[in-house]
Design a protein around this ligand. Structure first.
Ligand SMILES: [Zn+2]
Ligand SMILES: [Zn+2]
Length: 326
């Protein structure tokens, strides 16, 4: 079957449409369900012609292209998950578009994403180091929406007609999903769990890499809380938004948790040898100036807030510089 490499058959009635790479700025995986006489989606991918073409050619290969679209569920309002909505809606008319209520403002007005990404904090902490490794200059003039566009994963606005919260139910064909609110990476991020099939659509919180996190999206504490919630479930199969199907749920959850906690340990270890500034800690955690700007700044700030809340570190002016110490 031509193009079959980009379609992974999970079950007869559930397929994963996979981008060429699991890494940003590629699309997230798109999951398509047979839903009665129609189909439903969990995420739709990047706002680019290439990404939407891949989706339509996959539907054609599956012979699902003439089925009406019933539901589009968006795991969260990020461009690699919902950027394709504008192009898609010029071709199809879904019965409903579903998103967690907390991510609604970002879907309606993507300019607001700069706030949930904590971009103002990045600009505030920018130290003037010129980045050589980014397509878009990062610094005080940084424009998040232009950055998405420059990388070929444009964001658009979309108007969901149903919002959900923790505990709500969503039925897609033979699948009975319960909504889990899993913040940390996005304030209104959701994961869907089918208890009968022991199946979890994880979104970005589990998968090929640990997603970035920001205080305004739930931070490290929110992310760890989301993982704990998921860890309590009986899961046979995790379908992540980036990367391959995960069969050992416990192992994947533990590995993600450890990678987050490791950053706490790096910070504490550094402070054991004396006070450090935000910039010094940022350079310790992230080597590239581009990454230090974003997502380094919000990730570090998430950990500093967590460690302060736990009473493990303090913050004060030392020799006219703001510093962190034990
Ligand atoms: Zn995301
Ligand atoms: Zn993503």
């Amino acid at each position: 079957m031509p193009g079959s490499k980009s379609v992974v058959s999970i079950f007869d009635d559930l397929k994963m449409i996979r981008p060429p790479s699991p890494y940003w700025p590629e699309s997230a995986n798109v999951y398509v369900f047979k839903d009665g006489d129609g189909i439903s989606f969990f995420d739709v991918g990047c706002g680019s012609i290439t990404s939407v073409d891949r989706l339509f050619s996959a539907l054609k290969n599956l012979k699902w292209e003439s089925r009406p679209v019933k539901k589009i569920i968006l795991s969260h309002a990020h461009p690699d998950h919902m950027g394709a909505m504008e192009i898609l809606l010029s071709e199809i008319t879904p019965e409903s578009i579903i998103l967690h209520e907390i991510d609604l403002p970002y879907a309606l007005d993507p300019e607001k994403l700069a706030l949930s990404f904590d971009i103002p904090l990045c600009k505030e902490n920018w130290t003037g180091v010129k980045s050589r490794d980014s397509d878009v200059k990062k610094g005080p003039e940084f424009d998040l929406i232009a950055y998405f566009r420059a990388l070929g994963c444009s964001m658009c606005s979309a108007k969901p007609n149903r919002t959900v919260v923790e505990g709500d139910n969503i039925q897609l064909g033979d699948y009975h999903f319960q909504v889990f609110h899993t913040p940390g990476h996005a304030p209104g991020h959701i994961s869907l769990y089918d208890r009968r099939k022991r199946l979890l659509l994880a979104g970005d919180i589990l998968g090929e890499m640990v997603a970035w996190y920001a205080p305004s999206s739930g931070g490290a504490e929110g992310y760890l809380g989301s993982l704990k919630k998921i860890d309590d479930l009986d899961i046979n199969l995790i379908l992540p938004s980036h990367g391959d199907v995960i069969t050992d749920a416990k192992k994947a959850i533990q590995a993600t948790k450890e990678k987050i906690l490791e950053r706490d340990r790096v910070i504490i270890k550094a402070l054991q040898s004396g006070p450090k500034t935000f910039e010094e800690l940022n350079r310790l955690l992230f080597s590239s100036p581009s990454v230090q700007f974003f997502p380094g700044t919000p990730i570090l700030e998430s950990h500093l807030q967590k460690l302060k809340n736990e009473g493990k570190i303090k913050q004060d002016m030392i020799s006219s510089r703001m510093a962190y110490f034990i």
